[in-house]
Design a binder for this molecule. Sequence first.
Ligand SMILES: [Zn+2]
Length: 389
Amino acid sequence: MVISLTFCVSGVCSYSQDLIGLPANKIKEVMEGSFLFKGAQIFYPDSQKIKTKDPTLDLTAESKALLEKQVNGLLILLSKEYKRKRNELETFFHHPMPTKLKTNLYLTNGKGGADVQGDGNSFRIDIDYALLESDFRASMINSLSAMTLARLRYKAKETGGNFTDTTATAEQVFSEFLEVKKEVNEYKPLTASDLLRGNMLVGMEYFNLADIGNAMLVLEKQYAGTLLFALAHEIGHIALGTVIKPDSADDKWTQASELDADRFSVLLLSNAFMVLGVQRIFVTSGQYGGFSGFGGYIYWMEKEYTEAFLGYGIFFDKGYELTYSRYPNFDKSPYPDAGTRLATAKDIFGSLYKSDRDKILEKFRRRQKWAVFNGYYFNRMNEAFNFLH
Ligand SMILES: [Zn+2]
């Protein structure tokens, strides 16, 4: 039995195999349309020097509009999923929940973090630009080694070596990213004369481009995961009726309602992220024996890999730190500490993973559905949600 498992980046093969086979301009299109690529253009356009202090203060009106569109898109996805999952969520929390969410999104500058206000009927969710940028940066730092490994394959002829530095500074992370952007834009697809001349190096560059694309799509899931987690948490406050503090509320009430909103968020997102975390390889018994047409895909899921896309890991770790370090006076004292929140979220995910993993994999086996997940982020997320229902 021969297992075909080539062109993996850090053990991550979920997209790579599917990008390979696409024309180079299509791979570029997928990469440039990625949520991550767009985030980089918003926070760190090529012409701009990296500003570590507070880049969000320099956002142009156009960038702000793009961000609003992105976050609103995610909110719409979540509202749809909430509607479909409401009964299940009500059962879990033993709490009646509104049938429809009436929410308006506002992006703020300098307020810090995210919150929700409302009168019990319609609500406004506020998300600070600094939170968006911090989570973007946290995702990049978290995933630097995967991205760099992909680049090293691409640049192997020049650099070689090994790069696994996970303690890189923000400057290093972004100069890395800008390099990737440049390479993607400079890539020239194979021409007929390359083929005639047997220019193998150009051919290898194609595979490396697919690898970079793969790494970017993984990072994209992590970045989007942090934003989805934050939004779903705020929806949790609305659904659980903890937007307005009762007169009798004390610190204990605050702590309990924050942890419940975190649990809600994980419950709302987990299955969709399990779908996005499914990996596959093609297995054949006759790959080199000329016996074609016999083989199939093996689908599998790994807990850590899938969990990496659920935003809470990055959100409560580096994202939290980066966001709140900007607001030293931001009073979060009645809130549970980040460690407790992370443990609570992991706990919920652990039990969902146990109960739902096999069901999701079975669905994949039955439907053999895959290609559609190569579309743009919103489509993939939408498909992931739809896949479950
Ligand atoms: Zn909250």
